[in-house]
Write a protein that binds this ligand. Structure first.
Ligand SMILES: Nc1ncnc2c1ncn2[C@@H]1O[C@H](COP(=O)(O)OP(=O)(O)OP(=O)(O)O)[C@@H](O)[C@H]1O
Length: 641
């Protein structure tokens, strides 16, 4: 299962990559600002461009000054007492946090939007439904204007049926049953002719409606997910989803994916889905047996100079951590060595080129083949004869379906840009070979591709960090720490802003890698007066995650907002302040959450933290026990110093 990829770039900051990234969707960005800059003007480059109209509008609205009103003034005065989330005025700047930071921290990490929110005029049809009218009331008062006249054709009454269910008392039973039948038939026909998303969306609600639950007074054009009475099962299911998260992230995702794959086998796939499945097949396929065996894990001898490997850590103990270091070192050394070829290798490569190896691209991935030479005119134009390597079968295929293969020495190439033949199959083959050897990071020119390992490898530790400290990019194996190191080094040598933008689909590891970047920078650079630390960052992020993360079909702890982290450095190269700006929070999830996905984590945390009297008071006493999330009431408030 797996392998969403993640593209990272650690290049000197310019507006264009960020703007481009933002146009593509949700991104994470990390800015490093040298000492001469007190504020970071680039955040606007992240916030303003967006192709998502809804998001763009909400940002714009939120940033506009609000009209003066008592409420707004109160909000403004509140905002004044809270440090703004300007990049230059970081959360961690200045004094250490007060001993009881929890309420303040929550406010301080808020997106700056509320203080200037413009009241939105809600169109009449989008307003919350009125409470159901009592049947003793005068029907004239509650009747919808659409039903001023008695309706006999059924369809019209269906459109408004839920608005005036009680009004129908004036009809006789016979009329009612006939009407209902007609409504059913019309509804069925309409659904068949015009199957819409909305219908699909409403279907589960109808089936899930518990017996005895009255229809809610909703217009057909808009409905709230929670307007149907939520059963204990629904709530417990949501709780379970969150509970399962820390235990087995990928088992969950895998189960969902497996179910999806089954479904998709029946339905035609979109090009994106098809590409995703092809990717999964490639990464799940066993490694090609003809390829050279992985280089034995052993630390190379430390060498100095520009081309030498920057080896600060030697492996003595043989722990898992050391193995990882040795693996990185040996793969880098092997890549280095591959530039100097022995006579044997040169001869083997000559053979390779002489036999003209190609990749045959097919729907399951690509297969190695050799072009069979034929006489001119023996094959129709545009066709080529090949012999597949794995079973020796001869095929006539389209020229467009083959791509040139690189010699095996390029299989674990550290930089995709250095491949002799740069095509999709060769790139995938290189990534696949590296992934099979536990090497999830690969350079792609100035960028770095990271493949989600779906496990917790020991490639992130202080020891590994130390290995990268002070090194140059060419002396280091590809790693997320080398991205951070390169940005830090550039910052110190050029005194220019640096940015690292993380791109990738949901679940590809943007958040995880941001954590590693921050951790690396703060532990390597240090922090002035310990104002900033990895623990403080983690504490802030815990709160952000509670309010902005939820379980989705792609990721059981998906961030439903974008954020920009800025680190400011002083003359000594230490972190002097940090800030985080959040944007594009998927607020709609509160009122309209997608089927089989949860709402924001904080709701489940609150439920699990409520004591029994509060639960009884709120009629929540039938919910699962407090320990559902492993958060006990007395320990649920954690103060991070
Ligand atoms: N390099 C990695 N090493 C270990 N685990 C990883 C790595 N990258 C991702 N993961 C795991 O994959 C899961 C998803 O990662 P993460 O939440 O960072 O993805 P994301 O891109 O931020 O997703 P979203 O956009 O939905 O928020 C996490 O459980 C994380 O532990």
């Amino acid at each position: 299962m797996v392998s969403p990829q993640l593209l990272l770039s650690g290049t000197p900051h310019t507006r264009s990559p960020l703007a481009e990234a933002c146009q593509r969707g949700r991104v994470l960005a990390l800015f490093l600002t040298p000492p001469y800059q007190n504020s970071c003007p680039h955040i606007s480059a992240v916030t303003s461009p967006s192709t998502n109209r809804f998001s763009a509008r909400s940002i714009k609205t939120e940033n506009e000054p609000a009209p003066k009103s008592p409420e707004n003034e109160a909000a403004l005065s509140r905002a004044k007492s809270v440090p703004a989330l300007d990049p230059g005025r970081g959360l961690f700047r200045g004094k250490s946090p007060s001993p009881d930071p929890s309420p303040l921290a929550t406010t301080r990490v808020r997106s700056p939007s509320p203080k200037s929110r413009t009241p939105v005029k809600v169109p009449e049809r989008f307003k919350s439904p009125e409470p159901p009218q009592s049947s003793t009331r005068n029907p004239e008062r509650v009747r919808s204007p659409h039903l001023a006249d008695p309706v006999h054709n059924g369809s019209a009454s269906e459109t408004n049926g839920t608005l005036n269910g009680n009004d129908d008392m004036e009809y006789s039973d016979d009329q009612n049953s006939t009407r209902k039948k007609v409504v059913k038939v019309v509804r069925r026909v309409v659904r068949k002719v015009l199957p819409s998303d909305e219908d699909e969306y409403q279907k589960p609600q109808e089936t899930a409606k518990p017996e005895g639950t009255k229809s809610t007074t909703l217009s057909r054009g808009f409905s709230f997910k929670h307007d149907t009475v939520k059963t204990e099962d629904d709530i417990s299911r949501d709780i379970k989803q969150v509970k399962q998260r820390p235990v087995s992230m990928f088992v969950n995702t895998g189960a969902v994916k497996a179910a999806e794959v089954k479904k998709q086998e029946e339905a035609p796939l979109s090009p994106t889905e098809e590409a995703q499945r092809r990717l999964m097949r490639i990464f799940n396929a066993p490694l090609h047996t003809d390829l050279p065996k992985p280089v034995p894990v052993q630390a190379p001898e430390p060498r100095g100079g520009v081309q030498g490997f920057c080896s600060r850590v030697t492996c003595q103990t043989g722990s898992v951590e050391d193995e990882q270091i040795a693996l990185l070192q040996s793969s880098h050394a092997a890549a280095d060595r591959s530039q100097v070829k022995t006579e044997e290798q040169i001869a083997a490569e000559k053979d390779w080129y002489g036999s003209e190896k190609v990749w045959l691209v097919h729907k399951d991935g690509f297969s190695l083949a050799t072009v069979v030479k034929t006489e001119a005119g023996a094959l129709p134009e545009g066709k080529v004869k090949i012999r597949l390597e794995h079973d020796g079968s001869i095929l006539d295929v389209d020229e467009d379906d083959i791509e040139k293969a690189n010699p095996p020495s390029f299989d674990r190439s550290e930089d995709l840009a250095s491949l002799l033949y740069l095509n999709e199959s060769s790139v995938m083959n290189c990534l696949r070979q590296r992934y099979g050897g536990n090497l999830i990071h690969t350079y792609a020119g100035p960028n770095t591709v990271v493949i989600n390992p779906l496990s917790m490898p020991s490639m992130y530790s202080e020891k590994v960090m130390h290995m990268f400290k002070g090194c140059r990019r060419e002396d280091m194996a590809p790693h997320i720490y080398s991205v951070a190191q390169r940005a830090y080094r550039n910052l110190l040598t050029t005194r220019q802003d640096q940015s690292i933008v993380l791109l990738g689909k949901s679940g590809s590891g943007k958040t995880t890698n941001t954590q590693h970047l921050v951790q690396y920078l703060v532990s390597i650079a240090g922090s002035t007066g310990k104002i900033f630390s990895a623990e403080k960052w983690q504490a802030v992020y815990t709160i952000l995650e509670a309010f902005g993360n939820s379980s989705t079909s792609m990721n059981s702890n998906a961030s439903r907002f974008s954020h920009v982290v800025s680190l400011d450095f002083d003359q000594a190269g230490q972190v002097s302040s940090a800030s985080i700006q959040t944007m594009l929070l998927e607020k709609l999830r509160v009122s309209r959450r997608p089927e089989s996905e949860s709402t924001f984590n904080v709701f489940y945390f609150l439920l699990s933290g409520a004591d029994s009297s509060l639960r009884t008071e709120l009629h929540l006493n039938h919910l699962a026990e407090n320990s559902t999330f492993g958060i006990l009431p007395q320990t649920k408030v954690q103060v991070h110093k």
